[in-house]
Write a protein that binds this ligand. Sequence first.
Ligand code: AMP
Ligand code: MG
Length: 354
Amino acid sequence: MNTKKKYIKTTIILIAALLLLSFGITSCSSEEEEFDLVQQSRFALGTYNQVTVYATEELANEVIDGIFDRVAEIENAMSLNVADSEINQLNEARGEAFVTVSEDTFKLLKRGKEVAEETDGAFNIGIGQLIALWDISGDDPQVPPEEEIDTLFGHFDLNQLELREDTLEARINDPMMTIDLGGIAKGYAVDEAIKVAKDYGIEHAIIDFGGDVYVLGGNPNGNEWRIGITNPIIGEGGVVARIFSSDMSIVSSGDYERYFIENDRRYHHILDPETGFPADNELNSVTIVSDTALDGDIYSTAIFVMGLDKGLAFIESLDSIEGALITKDNDVYVSSGLSERFEMMNESFHWVNE
Ligand code: AMP
Ligand code: MG
């Protein structure tokens, strides 16, 4: 059967799509059913979200609408940019009342508490005040005065986030603490998008929400997808390497994604809760390969904060994740379980532990 490329609608082309297009969509599946490649990108959760679905055009459009309805639900519950979102309600009631939240939000609050322990505080959803102070994603980000940062230390303790599972209620007991799910919601949304696609019986799809990727099935031509790792050097473009993948998530975090420049210094969006400043170590990019994009989103950010040695050891200590770490010296470190599906694509970078 021929797979036809009939309809491509996209506002931006992300790496995954680029690679998938360049490797062609030319052949067959065992079923006698025709499908098209249908692709759409819509803005939500502060980023461009690209969905690529293989199905008849009619079904694919229905699936894509279903996916973005689900994304809107998640955004309306968790975004700080939605005035009455559950997270804004929770933050506003801090020091005072319990707020009832959806199962989605409750799940991420609970996971956020667990993962702060697990990562020794490197990943902390309780640094909302610090993130707001830097306002890196806002209109006028600036390096905050150190005194202001100092007043926040001691107020990132997630024991102060009280959860009642039976009633889906949450309360922040410390009036100086706020929650920010910016490092976790996107990954969750990717997993939920995949669930929607599967519910419609889709077997091949790529979800790419601002670089948080999940590939469902393999490429319809029978091969695995090849997902590129973005070159973290600003201005260079292209990819460093690619990962052969199917039914897995590939998520990168790096200092090149969102930043501002002040006095010739670049300040990026991943904050080290210990220093109150953007994480500053040998790394400029961390890619995590895992079964869920939620894990990928959490651990890519966490490991970026941990740095090279601690980060690599952390990946090796968990069976559920693999990863590739890139340093500012263009060295690439690949975890033991990933090396077989990893291929370098850029001669300026050097795979150190091959
Ligand atoms: P990502 O782009 O997935 O690496 O996530 C970065 C986003 O997560 C930032 O824009 C913040 O909203 C939030 N964030 C930054 N630093 C941390 C941290 N150390 N722990 C948890 N969330 C963070
Ligand atoms: Mg993340």
